[in-house]
Design a protein around this ligand. Structure first.
Ligand code: FUB
Length: 307
């Protein structure tokens, strides 16, 4: 690991932490990282695991936001969004990702829908990366009745988003099936049919990124989850499976990744359940390790570190 948020009293006061090892945040439980590079700063958005021991189950009401300019010193911002900001949602602040377009920040999140059975995807919007964010639509962008490829009620989770070099935005999401659809330039409406990406042993947690002409689609595979990935020259495929990128993260059934380049280095951001004796599948912690690419564009397996 490259950093950890271990606070002394002064740092706690400033909400600015010195990073010393994994997990990077030690004073609260964080899960499902989404990361965005904007203007020489990394913004890290996470879920907040609030389940009190010995409760085993997700208790997640809000999302959290941290930023850094050096991957070592992190600042925690006030929680920029809560499931209550979506009047149509019941609860469950699950995985998310933020992206910038035309000076606005769009936050795609999974939540439990209040009236349509199952999980749904909503969009928050803000003029600032640190929020506060408000509901951009007043309704869900994706609901369980729009995707019929599974009969489970939690297949519409884990949104990831990309704006391609030609300006076309895509939303990718899903549990058990990996769905994708075009987004309109306003980033709040679909711009075409929902399609399926066929990926071997796909569980959930897709993350799309593009680098040197390759599209990378990483995702959680099997259960307990490892992270696997596929590569393609086109966002419409064919996707070529490239194998395991990260092993089961310590002491957590889930793993969930974000991949970024920042100031000349590549980073793999994920979660494990390893923070202390109370850590586990429902009290997870975000970790960061370096990511390395081979000459042919494939990614080297990420080795989890503690320092
Ligand atoms: O945090 C709730 C769910 O667990 C996420 O949506 C999944 O990716 C898994 O991490």
């Amino acid at each position: 690991g490259i950093c950890s948020l271990q606070m002394n009293a002064q740092e706690k006061k400033d909400s600015t932490f010195i990073a010393n090892g994994n997990p990077i945040i030690q004073h609260e439980y964080t899960a499902d990282p989404g990361a965005m590079v904007y203007h020489d700063t990394v913004y890290l958005y996470t879920g907040h695991d609030e389940a009190k021991p010995p409760h085993e189950g997700y208790v997640m009401h809000e999302w959290l936001c941290f930023s850094t300019t050096d991957m070592v010193h992190w600042t925690e911002h006030p929680s920029p969004m809560n499931t209550k900001d979506f009047a149509w949602a019941k609860d469950d602040a699950w995985a998310s990702q933020v992206i910038e377009r035309n000076g606005k920040f769009y936050w795609y999140v999974a939540v439990e829908h209040g009236t349509i059975h199952g999980k749904a995807i909503g969009v928050g919007v803000s003029d600032k990366p640190t929020g506060p964010f408000k509901d951009a639509r007043g309704s869900a962008l994706i609901t369980n009745d729009m995707t019929k490829a599974t009969n489970i009620s939690w297949d519409d989770i884990d949104p990831t988003v990309i704006i391609d070099d030609d300006g076309q935005a895509y939303l990718i999401w899903g549990n058990t099936k990996c769905y994708y659809a075009k987004l309109k330039e306003n980033m709040t409406e679909l711009d075409g049919p929902i399609q399926i990406i066929d990926l071997p042993t796909y569980t959930e947690a897709p993350w799309i990124h593009k680098r040197n002409g390759w599209y990378y689609l990483s995702y959680a595979t099997q259960f307990p989850e490892k992270i696997a990935y596929a590569m393609s020259r086109s966002i419409n495929g064919p996707w070529q499976y490239k194998g395991i990128l990260n092993e089961i993260a310590g002491n957590s059934n889930t793993n969930h990744q974000a991949i970024i380049d920042f100031k000349g280095k590549s980073y793999f951001i994920y979660h494990n359940g390893g923070i202390n004796t109370n850590g586990g599948s429902f009290r997870r912690s975000v970790c960061i390790d370096y990511l390395f690419y081979n000459k042919d564009g494939t990614m080297k397996r990420v080795v989890m570190t503690t320092e």
